[in-house]
Design a protein around this ligand. Structure first.
Ligand SMILES: O=C(O)CCC(=O)C(=O)O
Ligand SMILES: [Fe+2]
Length: 367
């Protein structure tokens, strides 16, 4: 069976477990603290089985930080195939009439659907066994796959994005959805790795403020300067180094920002979103029906959030569609006029993602 958890740490005589005051000391390869990276052993990668020690450690830091990097999680040849295909598609995508830069043209950051031909839809990437085992323990049984995209930071970006969280409705204070940002190349500040703000996934309950007090305006998840400055004193933002083939588990509530890619190669991360079953997310993900049987029989995930489409799907013709709220009417859809949110539908005002990013939207050192 795929992804069965290997919980026998120490009982096979190879490794003797260590305890301190009754607590197991997880035997994992872990490094860094902002963020924490946990590296799977080659044995875990090759066997598709996640040790319980690994799961315990990922959960510990996920709940603390709202973000954990899981390294050595995906076979390298699949990552290379996806990287090359998405770069090849990028040229054509930038000329599509509905193409819209995320937060304006400055960062040259675009959401581009990865290839949807069956031969590119790897279980090891989209329903990775380690990822699913971790999600089942984070979100509860049968996590639901409901969104698939990629963020391409094109070479030559100059500006940066505003510090924001991707959800900005009245969201729950417990984990309800996770985006798995899967890195298709080694990444760092030099090629525009995301700026992240560990610990902001639950910044709200720590204060008496509501989610909305921290947001600049209702149309976006942009964070007010005063909260940015305050939070940086608790834990500063960082652009971490992330190895190719890593899966970054990021709580949907976490603050982050896209950064310019000043290298000469595209920086690509997949965005694979799963939601807790209890959350009843109304968003659906369209996938080709030709992989349905395989997904139902082998992927070991809930397919409740998948809408099967007959025939070939051109990944570059799929308009961006997003609804991470619990209300079916609150969706955002990409049109030739830009991103249409529920406010645009009600008022005719197209404000979503239109703000100008300036110093007030990111952290600046204080005297
Ligand atoms: O590509 C990135 O690094 C982040 C992009 C992002 O957060 C967004 O467009 O919402
Ligand atoms: Fe974002």
């Amino acid at each position: 069976m795929n992804g069965e958890t290997n919980g026998t740490n120490g009982t096979n005589g190879v490794h003797k477990p260590k305890y301190i005051e009754g607590a197991l000391v997880p035997a994992v390869h872990r490094y860094g603290d902002n963020p924490v990276t946990i590296r799977l052993s080659d044995e875990e990668l090759n066997s598709d089985k996640t040790n319980w020690d690994t799961i315990q450690e990922v959960l510990k830091y996920y709940h603390r930080d709202g973000l954990v990097v899981l390294e050595n999680a995906i076979p390298e040849h699949m990552i290379d195939i996806l990287y090359n295909k998405i770069v090849e598609d990028n040229d054509r995508y930038l000329n599509q009439p509905h193409m819209t830069w995320n937060q304006g043209a400055g960062p040259k950051n675009v959401s581009q659907v990865p290839p949807l031909k069956p031969e590119y839809l790897y279980r090891e990437v989209y329903a990775n066994s380690h990822m699913i085992r971790i999600l089942e323990n984070l979100l509860g049984p049968r996590p639901e796959f409901r969104f698939l995209n990629s963020n391409v930071a094109c070479p030559g970006g100059s500006g940066r994005q505003a510090v924001h969280s991707d959800v900005h409705h009245d969201f729950p204070t417990q984990p309800f959805g996770v985006v798995m940002n899967t890195y298709l190349q080694d990444s760092s500040a030099a090629n525009g790795v995301t700026e992240i703000w560990c610990g902001t996934h639950n910044a709200y309950p720590k204060t008496t403020d509501s989610v909305h007090d921290q947001q600049l305006h209702a149309e976006t998840g942009w964070i007010k300067k005063e909260y940015i400055q305050k939070q940086a004193k608790i834990k500063p933002p960082v652009q971490p180094e992330i190895k190719k083939g890593s899966i970054v588990f990021r709580d949907l509530r976490l603050w982050h920002a896209g950064m310019p890619n000043t290298s000469s190669h595209h920086r690509i991360m997949l965005a694979i979103d799963y939601f807790a079953e209890w959350y009843q997310c109304p968003m659906a993900l369209k996938l080709p029906s030709s992989i349905r049987k395989d997904v139902e029989e082998k992927w070991e995930i809930s397919t409740k959030g998948i809408e099967w489409v007959e025939g070939e799907m051109d990944c570059l013709e799929q308009p961006f569609f997003l609804n991470m709220t619990q209300d079916p009417s609150k969706y955002i859809v990409q049109t030739e006029k830009g991103f249409e949110d529920w406010r645009a539908r009600e008022t005719g005002r197209w404000d979503f993602d239109k703000g100008k990013v300036g110093e007030k939207n990111y952290w600046t050192a204080e005297e």
